[in-house]
Design a protein around this ligand. Structure first.
Ligand code: ADP
Length: 404
């Protein structure tokens, strides 16, 4: 069975085509600048050179058609015809409280996703355009949706409620939802497999550290608490996001700097974090380089960034009354040995002992970076959200056809 995984943004659409017999990626690519002049489709198959096609793609239906044309193209394609695509899986950022797991799309599901537009105004409408675009091009192909928030729906009330008037939760569903759920779910399962232990027996702190970053306390396979909140702004310091801060700073800044609410929102999301403190970059590679060159602002940014992660690990060890595994994933988590070392530096009291040599070894595989005998396992686990979306789509299809 071939499954096409789609991640639709407002002006972009990423895709990966999986052969689920062996979970291999047949092709992948992205369309950028949808709705603008000279849109770009980039397409990759194995080790062959990347194909780039520039054309005018004004909306998502055309983008999906171009992707399908490329997948079936005689020279660059991998499929005989579009009939060879048996299902499509979509990434959806916000599933609110309505979606506790992935589901197959029907009219009711589409209506429910529309109701959630308010909670993720930048993401969910774009995902819906992706769904409708696939529907227009492949009307008879089943589609599934996989939510970034769904994995966190197991959090208890004491983790997800904010200490503000309950009417705000009851009327507007203002609460912690958490994000990166697909990744935290996937990497925690991979960690359990790697250790050869049932996930139900493990207390894991999963650190997804990329451009956006979040820590999740995963108790016995279920999300118990997570650092991102109602939106992805809360929690860790990120590339350009502030993470946690005193909410009173917002009205105070508006008053002192004569800014609008939108400007402060944009400051906290786009001009804070590593970028703001270092004054150099939001990219951890450049921060580490500058730090090594003696830049003190870069050092401060690096230390603040690591310190936040360490605080969350400590908090979640307390929340779960113990910790068996810490895992690092995503762009920074998988690649930055200095960052992992700095995070683990102050955690020896929890029984976390990093092996600094193992930590430096680069590999694309799941690996152990703790010392032999460390009470707590420390792992690097490459994330693969697309594969989990493909697996969920496959599972939903095969179980629904069995029960029909
Ligand atoms: P996104 O949140 O956009 O999915 P990723 O998980 O792809 O982000 O992470 C992207 C970030 O990973 C980059 O901004 C960069 O800071 C970081 N990164 C990638 N490679 C390295 C590396 N070798 N060392 C340190 N950081 C890296």
């Amino acid at each position: 069975m071939n499954i096409l995984v789609i991640n639709a943004g407002s002006s972009s659409l990423k895709y990966q085509l999986y052969n689920m017999n062996d979970e291999s990626v047949l092709a992948k690519g992205r369309v950028e600048r949808i709705g603008m002049e000279s849109s770009i489709l980039t397409h990759e198959v194995d080790d062959r050179p990347e194909v780039r096609e520039v054309s005018e793609i004004l909306e998502h239906t055309t983008a999906v058609r171009k992707v399908l044309d490329m997948l079936t193209n005689k020279r660059f394609g991998v499929l005989g015809s579009i009939e060879d695509i048996q299902a499509v899986g979509h990434r959806i950022v916000h599933g609110g409280e309505s979606f506790k797991q992935s589901v197959l799309i029907n009219d009711e599901v589409k209506l429910e996703i529309k109701k959630l537009f308010d909670l993720a105004p930048l993401h969910n409408p774009a995902h819906m355009m992706g769904i409708l675009a696939v529907e227009a091009n492949l009307p008879n192909v089943p589609q599934a949706v996989v939510f970034d928030t769904a994995f966190h729906q197991t959090m208890p009330k004491s983790s997800y409620l904010y200490a503000i008037p309950m009417v705000l939760y009851n009327k507007h569903k203002i609460r912690r939802y958490g994000f990166h759920g697909t990744s935290h779910d996937y990497v925690s399962q991979q960690a359990a497999l790697f250790l050869g232990k049932p996930i139900e027996e493990l207390k894991i702190v999963s650190c997804h550290i990329g451009n956006g970053a979040s820590c999740t306390a995963i108790m016995h396979g279920k999300s118990y608490d997570t650092s991102m909140g109602m939106t992805p702004l809360e929690g860790l310091m990120m590339g350009t996001r502030s993470g946690d801060l005193d909410p009173a700073i917002v009205p105070y800044t508006i008053g002192k700097e004569d800014l609008t609410l939108n400007e402060v929102n944009s400051m906290l999301n786009k001009h804070s974090g590593l970028m703001a403190i270092s004054g150099i970059s939001s990219d951890m590679r450049e921060i580490v380089q500058a730090m090594e060159d003696g830049n003190e602002s870069a050092r401060l940014a690096f230390e603040m960034y690591a310190y936040r992660i360490r605080k969350y690990i400590g908090a979640y060890a307390a929340a779960m009354n113990g910790i068996d595994v810490i895992l690092f994933t995503a762009g920074v988590g998988e690649n930055s040995a200095p960052l992992r070392e700095k995070v683990c530096e102050g955690l020896t009291f929890l029984g976390i002992e990093l092996d600094t040599e193992r930590n430096k070894v680069r590999s694309g595989e799941t690996r152990r970076i703790a010392k032999d005998g460390s009470k707590v396992e420390v792992l690097v686990v490459p994330t693969n959200e697309e594969l989990l979306i493909a697996r969920d789509t496959y599972r939903l299809l095969t179980t629904s056809s069995e029960s029909n």
